[in-house]
Design a protein around this ligand. Structure first.
Ligand SMILES: Cc1cc2nc3c(=O)[nH]c(=O)nc-3n(C[C@H](O)[C@H](O)[C@H](O)COP(=O)(O)OP(=O)(O)OC[C@H]3O[C@@H](n4cnc5c(N)ncnc54)[C@H](O)[C@@H]3O)c2cc1C
Length: 1001
């Protein structure tokens, strides 16, 4: 058994080493130069600059795009744009100046990303001292190459800075030859520039090795007979170069640098201490270097009398409470050494600050490899998997240690670890906060309310990430787990979650590359904001999970002939017979009745209702004054940041996209999968505030348009429009009504949709288009005529028109009793020769009427549901007001007319609610078409009922009721407008009368 495992491990080691060599060989396959391994024939190494000696523009761009919220890849795409004749290459050949380049480049980036891109800021970062620094591993390599008598050169596609100097953040003395494209007017991969470089070196192609990160540049060099290395990662490239040259390119201790001025420690007292500790007599020097990562607690490499040691100390200055506890690190490493967890061998803890200025401990130096970039560039997928498997294995070992057995039972508090962690993070964040980060504020509120229950208590590392592990140089094995500063007793899941973080952050992210503490404060702020937004996305996903986990209901199947009308317990209408009302099967009947009170909803929906209620009370009602004043301010045509913030909160509570009926979305792919009746109760509650529907992404006209896309959209249309609408990132409008024709009769509309090559061209004049002024509005569902000669209801079509299509001219915002309803507004707009790709047609030409009917399906009664909410809120406000005001010697509430008004309002609300619920119920049972009468009846009833109830409340309030101090005036305005906006009352009355005459016996 033992023999076998030894065998296995040496096989693995062999396989690992062979695989690495094979990897290098494969890269040089086909190149006879590989046979030169041994090095004698090479006389020079030629380096590209960006991506080889300093970070590449692509890498800098990735970090910058994340921080500036620019779509990822924009910069790189724009740099490549136009190839040889694009602005970047012309800039490299000095055919345009930096100013000219930035102008053209900025325009390109903005066109590509459809947002303004501050390229100046990218350019400053790219050329800044902070970023444009030579990789230490390359500095070491160049020193070694020159020490062996070989020449070195830089061959770079480079540019002139605005000060007319070329951008060369390198020490020229390191190179025998420097060839820059901007000086020569020739760029790689043009062979002439390689030849020029060789000429200046005085060498034949086969005598040199060329390193570049770009494939075409490498290929061009190889075709001239130069040996090449394609650089993905400087460290791996240096290893490949070592293999080619046949000598080492590493100077000393990896990942170290000379001790920085501010981090110096007194060598004499340290030497004395170490001599005592180790019991050695030496007069030799004490060599001291500083590790360039692990900066939370400064860490030093020490060499004294052939002993390689590491010293780790607290940083100087004022420290955050409970941070930098190196004493704990020492204690846990000492304890774990005997428990099978690979840790460095610790020697001593010195709490006497007089030795090096702060307490510290000393351990033995453990030589090995630290992978700083979690994406493990340059390694084969199987190697990457092996490294991460080793990382997971060691984490399991840590979590399997019995704290009591190793004397660490008191190493941390027992239980409630995650709540404590969250409290600590909040405290630490507040202690170093410089500006408000909205996502962080939301997290601070959300996290304590949604914490997982702790499953187990184990030792936790607390900062478990790849670059805190020392790996064996030749096999995927962890030699030592470093940096135990945050270790404690807690929930092991925290280590798992933290180690997964690398998967979600860009690999250039400074925290992952061990640079966090060296970043500027401004930079750190941006990074914190980025991580907060990322974390908030998880909170939002959690919100979606909540409603996805609600019990699955099959959509109700419909049957129009088996409903035993007279037996229906929810339909107590005696012998009245409406043949438009479908009949329900006993199966339907047993499935549950018409739920007239939220308390009778099924438990998960009832819970959702109460969650919404709490959300309204905690977040929505208190925000109303601020939202109202935003709508009255000069900034009103821009979305209120508070609305955006509340939208995020609603998402995280699962109070999002509740409107899509189960019947339209049976697999609950897009929404909460509520029935119309269930939604009626929630929608009424949202209706008690004018702002809640948008906050919960349940507002018109988006709801209708989303339903249109779910029901009729192609997959491509859904991907382009539905997803951003469901996420609340975009808004939309529906354009049907026209000023010159009576639009309550949709067959009157005149706007034309004409075919022209692969486009439809639209021309028309529309008005009352709700939401079209909103800057977030990206989609207009446009109704026009494709064939004026077809039968009346087959003439119209619906096209999806991107709002940035040329030819859409907004003429003015219309007002409703003086209200603008910003930022969406209601616009008058002309469409002049607007070209729309043919694939934007919905369902096909001539299907517009059908779509408009479908769109107005459930959406038709959402307004009615909300109107019940308006009315309830108005009545509640009225009751509170009349109880508190005294006129003519007694409270208003004691006046008979006031009492009569209250009673009348209550009765009217209850009547209308029952009719809304009935319509919703019939829609659930029999479908929208069969519910036509119920829909028409409630549309006839709800807006005027609400107008009357709100009007009574306004009257009871006195003049205040007309002001914007209360929502009553706005409620009244919308209730009145809804007597048109959802089709005029008369049209609904005509429908009811028609059906009554047709079907009533
Ligand atoms: C706040 C608001 C938002 C709106 N949003 C949108 C939108 O986003 N997109 C959009 O396309 N449109 C929108 N509209 C327009 C709305 O749909 C139309 O106003 C409505 O369809 C009526 O059309 P019309 O204004 O052309 O009135 P007309 O068709 O000219 O009707 C005028 C009047 O004629 C009478 N009438 C009409 N038909 C009959 C009948 N059969 N029997 C008896 N009398 C009748 C009624 O009294 C009616 O009010 C909105 C309107 C408002 C007020």
């Amino acid at each position: 058994m033992c023999v076998r495992s030894c065998c296995q491990s040496s096989c693995l080691q062999w396989a690992w080493r062979t695989a690495f060599l094979k990897h290098i060989q494969r890269r040089h396959q086909g190149s006879h130069r590989w046979t030169h391994l041994g090095g004698s024939t090479y006389r020079a190494v030629i380096f590209d600059m960006g991506g080889v000696l300093i970070p590449s523009p692509g890498r800098v761009a990735a970090e910058w795009e994340v921080q500036n919220r620019i779509p990822s890849g924009t910069i790189l795409k724009a740099l490549m744009e136009g190839g040889e004749n694009g602005p970047w290459m012309r800039f490299m050949r000095a055919e345009i100046t930096a100013e000219g380049f930035l102008r053209e480049f900025g325009r390109l980036c903005s066109e590509m990303s459809k947002t303004s891109v501050p390229v100046d800021s990218f350019f400053s970062l790219l050329t800044s001292e902070r970023v444009a620094k030579q990789f230490p591993v390359m500095t070491e390599a160049i020193t070694q190459i020159r020490a062996k008598g070989l020449q070195t050169a830089v061959l770079s596609n480079n540019f002139y800075l605005p000060n007319q100097k070329s951008f060369l953040p390198l020490d020229r003395k390191q190179f025998d030859v420097v060839v820059e494209s901007c000086v020569e007017g020739i760029c790689k991969p043009d062979p002439r520039i390689y030849k020029l470089c060789l000429e200046r070196l005085g060498l034949q192609p086969s005598e040199s090795i060329f390193l570049d990160d770009l494939g075409p540049n490498v290929k061009a060099a190889a075709s001239l007979g130069i040996h090449t290395i394609k650089v993905n990662d400087p460290e791996t490239a240096v290893k490949e170069l070592e293999a080619l040259l046949g000598f080492t390119l590493r100077l000393g201790v990896p990942n170290t640098q000379p001790v920085r001025k501010t981090m110096e420690i007194p060598k004499d007292s340290l030497k004395k201490y170490l001599k005592d500790l180790l019991g050695i007599q030496t007069t030799g020097p004490l060599e001291l270097l500083q590790f360039d990562h692990g900066q939370s607690n400064p860490t030093y490499y020490i060499r004294l009398a052939n002993r390689d040691l590491v010293l780790r100390k607290k940083p100087p200055g004022t420290l955050l409470p409970s941070a930098h506890a190196i004493e704990r690190e020492f204690r846990i490493m000492k304890a774990l050494a005997n428990a099978g967890v690979p840790v460095p061998n610790v020697l001593d803890l010195c709490e006497d600050s007089s030795v090096v200025g702060t307490p510290f401990y000393v351990m033995e130096y453990c030589p090995g490899l630290i992978y700083k970039d979690p994406s493990l560039p340059g390694l084969e997928p199987s190697h990457r998997r092996a490294i991460y498997t080793a990382m997971n294995t060691v984490l399991c070992k840590i979590h399997s240690v019995d704290p009591q057995a190793v004397g660490l039972e008191d190493y941390g508090k027992q239980g409630a670890y995650i709540p404590r962690q969250v409290r600590t993070w909040v405290k630490q964040y507040r202690a170093s906060e410089t500006s408000t980060i909205p996502a962080m504020e939301r997290l601070i509120e959300w996290l304590p309310l949604h914490l997982p229950h702790q499953q187990r208590t184990t030792l936790v590392h607390g900062d478990f990430r790849l670059d805190n592990l020392m790996f064996h140089p030749e096999k995927p094995e962890v030699l030592a787990v470093l940096d135990w500063e945050l270790s404690t007793l807690g929930d092991p899941l925290i280590d798992v979650a933290y180690s997964c973080l690398a998967h979600y952050l860009p690999s250039s992210f400074p925290v992952l590359r061990g640079q966090a503490s060296s970043a500027h404060a401004e930079q750190t702020g941006k990074l914190t904001e980025f991580v907060s937004n990322l974390a908030w996305d998880f909170a939002v996903k959690e919100g979606f999970r909540v409603f996805k986990e609600m019990p699955f209901k099959n959509p109700l199947t419909r049957s129009c002939h088996t409903w035993a009308r007279s037996q229906s317990q929810w339909y107590p209408i005696g012998t009245r017979s409406y043949s438009s009302v479908p009949e329900a099967s006993p199966a339907h009947a047993s499935r549950g009745g018409l739920v007239i009170s939220p308390e009778s909803l099924s438990p998960p929906v009832r819970e959702l209702y109460h969650r919404l209620k709490r959300f309204m009370e905690q977040h929505v009602y208190p925000a109303e004054p601020e939202l109202q004043s935003h709508q009255a301010s000069a900034a009103r045509w821009s979305p209120s940041p508070l609305i955006e913030d509340l939208k995020e909160k609603a998402k995280a509570e699962g109070l999002w996209n509740l409107f899509l009926p189960l019947e339209a979305d049976p697999e609950k792919k897009y929404g909460a999968g509520l029935t119309n009746v269930e939604y009626a109760h929630l929608c009424e509650l949202m209706g008690t505030s004018l702002y809640a529907p948008e906050i919960c992404n349940c507002s018109a006209p988006d709801t209708g348009n989303m339903e249109l896309l779910v029901r009729y959209g192609t997959e491509a249309q859904k991907a382009r429009w539905l997803m951003p609408l469901l996420e609340g990132k975009a808004r939309s409008c529906f354009a049907m009504t026209e000023p010159q024709v009576a639009s309550s009769d949709a067959t009157n509309i005149e706007a034309s949709i004409r075919e022209e090559d692969s486009f439809y061209v639209i021309n028309g004049h529309k008005w009352w288009i709700t939401g079209i002024l909103d800057p977030r509005c990206q989609l207009c569902a446009f109704m026009g005529k494709t064939d004026p000669h077809a039968p009346r209801h087959r003439q119209q079509s619906v096209l999806l028109v991107p709002m940035d299509t040329p030819g859409i001219k907004i003429i003015r915002p219309l007002t409703v009793y003086g209200l603008e309803d910003a930022p969406g507004g209601h616009g008058e707009v002309r469409f002049e020769h607007v070209h729309v790709p043919k694939e934007n047609m919905v369902l096909g030409p001539g299907r517009g009427f059908e779509i408009a009917q479908g769109r107005l399906g459930p959406g038709r009664i959402h307004h009615c549901m909300r109107l019940i909410g308006f009315s309830e809120r108005a009545l509640a406000l009225m009751k509170a007001r009349v109880k508190s005001r005294v006129a003519f010697g007694k409270p208003l509430v004691e006046q008979g007319t006031v009492l009569a008004d209250i009673a009348q309002s209550r009765v009217e609300i209850e009547q209308a609610r029952l009719l809304v619920l009935r319509a919703a119920h019939v829609m659930d049972l029999a479908g929208n078409k069969a519910a036509a009468l119920d829909i028409a009846m409630i549309k006839m009833v709800a807006p005027s009922m609400a107008s009357r109830v709100i009007d009574r409340a306004i009257q009871a309030f006195g003049a205040a009721g007309l002001s914007s101090d209360y929502p009553l005036a706005q409620f009244f305005t919308w209730a009145r407008a809804l007597r048109f906006a959802d089709g005029p009352d008369e049209v609904h009355r005509a429908t009811v009368a028609k059906l009554e005459l047709k079907h009533r016996i």
